[in-house]
Design a protein around this ligand. Structure first.
Ligand code: PMP
Length: 405
């Protein structure tokens, strides 16, 4: 037997920087309640509730049958990279070369490759908050410094050019943009992106990563950062993938589009971790990009109806104030209006985490506090769930909030 006293487990300093995400902790708390027989509604996670389209599944099946089962090229199959280039032309307003594209095991790996390939300890990465939790953990894992910039409801959860200009230092390596954003659903208009690009032109050492994974789940016109600032393409990395648009989270397939030297460095990093993304998933993604695109608008419309339902219900609740998100499938209401109120159990709610814990315990609805996304005072509700569940969840949250005194 291993002697655990003489050989205690110790994480590397780098791994110690990475926390178990609060989203996972909340899912676990919800699962514990469910195991006790409680009917919990979980609005915590970010994945579409639609199935992957049949023609995509058929293509994967065929690929496996036809022997596409060997190691694929690390950078991605040439046919898929050509389809991604065509997709950018069709939907994003620019045409990259296939050599400017890397295919990875999810958009998440694209981001992790990019940070691992480029940042050194001491480098700074500007993260407009609220931000997707993984950005901060990935940067910390690379021992670089996260520079969070608070972008609350006042600016529509968008970074302003002045904030950006004040935050840039000689050590700034990346500006992280996410449009539409998780968790706020906020979108940057073309004019917003052009104004940020104006600031960036004066700082040629700053690179831009634009995570556009929610591009097709939008209720306002979408502009890609690369289309808004084509002259910055030599220091822009666009991140995208099939997870959200085609309901393919489990296939683990995303891509990055950027200048060749950056892509080569990312391919080298990926080559020493996972190598090429699954050959079956690459065939599936090819079918998704080359098949009918009608489902994109249909699903966006379905999400728009749910958004209207949820945002309307949240804004009718005492103490909550919710901006109308332009994209993605999250509502991010300000809950500071209930701070200072007392629960029926006599607890005074002081933070967003208190509010979420109360709603989980009292209403049996799982939400994620804004602090997990670097912006306390809010919570995130994912509306990628059945309408009946969303209605019931909102009814329960409203009931719990009216019980406060
Ligand atoms: N970026 C954002 C903003 C996300 O919300 C997510 C998924 N939660 C990802 C990237 C990761 O996507 P993928 O499934 O392609 O790794």
């Amino acid at each position: 037997m291993i002697n655990r006293i003489n050989h205690p487990f110790k994480r590397s300093d780098r791994a110690a920087n990475v926390q178990l995400s609060e989203i996972v902790q909340i899912s676990e708390a919800a699962a514990r309640l469910r195991a006790e027989g409680v009917d919990v509604l979980t609005f915590g996670t970010g994945e579409p509730d639609f199935p992957t389209p049949d023609h995509v599944i058929d293509a994967a099946h065929l690929a496996a049958k036809n022997g596409q089962t060997g190691y694929p090229p690390t950078q991605g199959t040439p046919v898929l990279r050509a389809a991604i280039a065509a997709d950018a032309t069709r939907f994003s307003g620019y045409t990259p070369e296939a050599s400017e594209i890397i295919v990875s095991t999810g958009a998440k790996q694209v981001l992790s490759n990019a940070f691992q390939a480029t940042v050194n300890p001491g480098d700074e990465v500007i993260l407009p908050a609220p931000y997707w939790t993984s950005y901060a953990d990935m940067v910390a894992f690379c021992e670089a410094t996260v520079v969070p910039l608070e972008c609350g409801a006042v600016t529509g959860f968008r970074l302003t050019p002045d904030q950006l200009s004040d935050a840039i230092t000689a050590d700034t390596k990346w500006l992280m943009l996410n449009t539409p954003g998780n968790p706020s659903g906020a979108m940057y208009s073309r004019a917003d992106l052009e104004a940020l690009a104006d600031v960036l032109r004066a700082h040629p050492h700053v690179w831009i990563v634009a995570d556009e994974i929610y591009q097709h789940i939008t209720y306002e016109p979408f502009t890609s950062f690369r289309a808004a600032a084509p002259d910055l393409a030599d220091r822009t990395l666009i991140v995208n993938g099939v997870s959200k648009a085609y309901a393919m989270t489990g296939w683990r397939l995303g891509w990055g589009i950027g200048p060749i030297d950056l892509i080569k460095a990312m391919v080298a990093v990926q080559g020493q971790s996972t190598s090429g993304a699954s050959s079956i998933s690459q065939a599936a993604a090819l079918a998704a990009l080359e098949g009918s695109q009608n489902l994109l608008a249909e699903r966006a419309e379905e999400f728009r109806e749910r958004r209207d339902l949820v945002v309307g219900a949240l804004n009718a609740m005492p103490g909550l104030n919710c901006e109308v998100p332009g994209g993605a499938f999250y509502a991010f209401p300000d809950c500071s209006g209930v701070f200072g109120k007392t629960t029926p159990q006599g607890e005074v709610l002081e933070t967003d985490a208190d509010v979420c814990r109360y709603i989980l315990d009292d209403a049996h609805v799982a939400l994620v506090p804004g602090r997990a996304f670097g912006l306390p005072g809010y919570f995130r509700l994912s509306y990628a769930y059945a309408t009946a569940d969303l209605k019931e969840g909102c009814r329960r949250i409203a009931q719990a909030l009216t019980e406060l005194t």
